[in-house]
Every structure is written in C-alpha cells, then in structure tokens.
Design a protein around this ligand. Sequence first.
Ligand code: NI
Length: 257
Amino acid sequence: MPLFDTHAHYQDNAFRRDREELLAALSAAGVQAVVIPGVDVESSREALALAETHQGLYAAAGIHPEDCAGCGDGDFAAIRDLCAREKVVAVGEIGLDYYWKENPPKEFQQEVFRRQLALARELDLPVSVHDREAHGDSLEIVREFPGVRGVFHCFSGSPEMAEELIKRGWYLGFDGPITYKNAKRAPEVAAVTPLDRILVETDAPYLSPVPNRGKRNDSRNLPYIVEKLAEWKGVSPEEMAQITWENGLRLFNRIKL
Ligand code: NI
C-alpha cells in the first residue's frame, strides 16, 4: 500500500546527521510521496532542493505565522518565484498561531496569511494551513477566498468547524496526536469527515504517534496514524492508506507520478 505524508519538515536541523539515509529508507517503508512545507523563504528553498534531488519528495513554499516577523515584499516575491518551480505543489505552511505570546501581532499574521492565500488563488495552487488557537479568525479569513482549496494541517478545531471547511471543499490533516490517550476531539472530527477529505501527515520531526511519542518523528510512523483512522472509520488500514494516497494526489494535483 502506498503512503502519502502530506506534511513533513525534512529540511529541519533535526535531520542534519542522517537525512540522506532516512530519505532513502522511506520508500522501503511504503512512503511513496511526501510534501515538505517551508516556514520562511530559506526553508522553502531547502524544501525545494530536497524535492528536486529526490524522487517522491515535493515542496510547499510559504511563510509560517511563527516565522513571519519582519517579512515584506521581497519575501513574498521570493515565495512567488519558488511557486513557479515544477516540484513546488502548494503554498505552505501559512496561517495563524495565537498560542505563543512572542509570535508577531495577530493583525500582522493575518495580513501575511491573506497575502499568501491571494497568491495561491492567483497561481491556482492548494495551500497548507497552520491554525493554532486561532480557529475563528482562520475560518473567517479562508471564507474571504472561496476559490482557494487546501488542507487544515493537524486540524484541532471543533467538529462544527470541520463540517464548515468540508462544505467549502477543504481537506483535514490528521497527525500523531490522534493516537494519544487524551485525544477527545479527533474521533469526533473524524466521524464528520468524509473519507475523501482525510489526509495523513507526520509533521516530522514533531508530533510522533504512540508508540514512539517523544522521539523524533518521520514518515515511517505514518501507519500508526493510518491504523487509528481506519479503526475510527471502519475500513481496513490498507483501504485507508489507499484512500489517503488518492486524496493527496487529488489535492496536490501538480504532482505527476
Ligand atoms: Ni508543520
């Protein structure tokens, strides 16, 4: 069964020592496609460099809300240039993060988010959205861009918000935390999410699923997330892997296998 990790940060420093060995091991573990999102211009370039040198790896280019301090026209122009490259398949990761006090002001985050949604609309690219403790504003802003489609990565909103996003054509990303004992909302969100809108992600190097919680994460942990979703949705793990593989290819439609 092919596996598609739609969100993993393989340009991260956490992989500096063994990146090539690890990337080489992914296809043996069934991971046939990975989208590597950027968090700023530099990491978006690094994501593209990995994508251009490895089969099955793809990049997203974008400025993350936690990393947007001081960003301006030059940065947006650089992201736009990156989006013209064949192996950049999305704008991301973009969004709002109200969790950390030291993050840039909300209004600035919102402006950066809107500019990148406008870019995605203009270039007809999907987006990967980061929404942490900012559900109301995230929903309100994506509503302003009805033509833009994408995924709410590591979705943490309510089942009602999930339904609203699904109605608007969005996908939801499920990550390692759905395997944690205290995951209460995730099964409720999964229950209202149709099979054809589910994506599986690791967010590597973060968010390792049980039984590897606390360790560095990588795409080889994807089956734990697939198995949990399969259990909740009443399908086999093989079917869930196949469905999420097809969903990933449908959303990130610049990918040519
Ligand atoms: Ni991420």
